[in-house]
Design a protein around this ligand. Sequence first.
Ligand SMILES: [Zn+2]
Length: 137
Amino acid sequence: MGRLFIEFVDEDVGAKYICRCGCDIASERCLLWEGYMGSATPAFLFRTAVNLEPSGPKRQEVLSTGRYTLSDVRCRTCCTKLGWKYLAAESAAEKYKENAVLLQQGALQRINNLAVRPVASRPGAAPHAGAAPQLST
Ligand SMILES: [Zn+2]
């Protein structure tokens, strides 16, 4: 179908996630939550991601947190199914998930070499407080 338009994750970040084919998918800054997809597949919830395309028709599904309208998504480059996008959430408490994508951890690779300093691993820590990053090389 025409040319492939590939987007790149902003490099001004500590880490990013890429597809197994090497295509950029999401920045760590967009990671909202880490948990499970269904009951068994470890997954990441990203506020935004790039290089994803809808795969198949949208569908209604009842998950443990309520009813959603979902659309499966796949990598634009290699067509691997990576997870789904939340198109709509019925529950007001889950509205923050709308337009976010839930992707299988096993389908992604984390790339750390963009880090300008160690990323705070404590949840809830404010990583942007303090002085400018010090490059050690
Ligand atoms: Zn891919």
